[in-house]
Unconditional design. Structure first.
Length: 395
């Protein structure tokens, strides 16, 4: 509505209503007295109280010279605007609260879904802590951070499992080694004790029995000393003690081994095939022990007339030494265990002819300490072939 008011706030004439035609409202604004000052260009903008069901009006008041100093007042009811604003504020509050709640729920779901792989890892970790080292965590993929964590954990678990398996195998080998060593040492010690008692009980009165007792005591002592020396060699190599590394000509060692074997078994056909000098870095004593054990193994475990072939060659910076016999060979189940300490392929073979079972173990340990490896395979036509590969000097 528009009103024409005097400066003191009294109405000069009835207000003009610009309401909807169907409106029957008798609401009016409460005009302040006196009216606030204003200019023609800048009307005074005030909020007024109202009557007749309207609580607030927004009013623009400015002077009108054409009406002799009176004021023109334009008022607009604000209840609808304020009601809409309140509804809008309430609606925005509800929507904001709903968005916050929905965001919290969605975040909780996302976090729960994201942590589900970690929960699976936790379950697997409990099984692993219980002793099942074969379990692996999932997921294990490089595409996500949790997947990369799974890969790292699986790698760590594999190393731990390998370490435990190696420790278990090492303990098992140690127990078996101690048991076998005790068993091997018990035989000469028993013999020495028996012959010592024979001497004490009166063998000295019989020169023949006395000579037999002394000879057997000496033989068993020598055999026991050799057994202890072999075990010491294996222990030192297992501890990783350094060897005396110097240039060694394998051809010279092979020539000496063949000469020694021909003296021991003159009826044998023992051949050496070598293209020339083959120099490696190694310990001369230990390498001679390797070839000596392989040749002695062939002499002991093959018939007397069986030929033995020794070959020496080079291939791709590798020295290749092989000892080939044409005897009965090795059963397939013995090939995998032939290099174990105190293992004998033929359980019925006596210790006097077959030794304690440490020769091939020493061969494997010495070759490994020189950075090489030894293998055994069946000889074509029957027999066993032991092949030793060593790095050439300067490689």
């Amino acid at each position: 509505m528009v009103e024409l008011l005097a400066p003191d706030g009294s109405r000069v004439q009835e207000p003009l209503r610009y309401d909807f035609p169907s409106s029957t409202s008798n609401a009016l604004p409460v005009i302040p007295k006196p009216l606030p000052a204003s200019t023609e260009k800048s009307p005074a903008m005030v909020t007024l109280a109202g009557t007749g069901g309207v609580s607030h009006y927004r009013a623009a008041i400015w002077p009108e010279d054409s009406f002799h100093g009176n004021y023109v007042v334009l008022t607009i009811p604000m209840d609808d605007v304020l009601s809409t604003l309140n509804q809008l504020l309430q609606l925005e509050g509800l929507i904001s609260a709903g968005v916050v709640v929905a965001t919290a729920i969605l975040a909780l779901l996302i976090i729960r879904i994201g942590l589900r792989p970690l929960e699976k890892m936790g379950g697997v970790a409990q099984d692993i802590a219980a002793g099942d080292l074969s379990r692996r965590v999932e997921p294990a993929t490089p595409k996500t951070e949790i997947g990369r964590l799974g890969l790292a954990l699986n790698g760590m678990l594999s190393q731990i499992e390998s370490a435990f398996a190696e420790r278990t195998a090492s303990n098992r080998r140690l127990r078996r080694f101690v048991a076998d060593a005790s068993h091997e040492l018990r035989t000469p010690l028993t013999s020495i004790r028996g012959y010592s008692e024979m001497l004490r009980r009166g063998a000295a009165e019989s020169p023949v029995d006395a000579d037999l007792a002394r000879r057997r005591i000496e033989e068993e002592s020598i055999r026991m000393t050799g057994l202890v020396d072999d075990m010491l060699v294996l222990a030192r190599l297992d501890q990783g003690r350094p060897l005396e590394m110097e240039p060694i000509d394998l051809q010279a060692i092979a020539t000496d081994a063949v000469a020694d074997a021909r003296v021991v078994a003159p009826q044998r056909d023992i051949n050496l095939a070598s293209s020339g000098a083959v120099v490696v870095n190694g310990d001369d004593t230990r390498l001679r022990q390797v070839l000596g054990n392989l040749v002695r193994n062939a002499l002991v475990h093959t018939p007397p007339q069986t030929p033995i072939d020794i070959s020496l060659s080079t291939e791709d910076s590798i020295a290749k030494l092989s000892v080939m016999d044409h005897g009965p060979g090795l059963p397939a189940e013995d090939i995998d265990r032939i290099f174990e300490p105190f293992y004998r392929a033929d359980p019925s073979r006596s210790r006097d002819s077959g030794g304690a079972g440490l020769g091939l173990s020493i061969v494997s340990a010495v070759v490994t300490a020189h950075g090489g490896h030894v293998t055994v395979r069946e000889t074509q036509g029957g027999g066993a072939t032991f092949e030793v590969d060593l790095p050439l000097a300067g490689t």
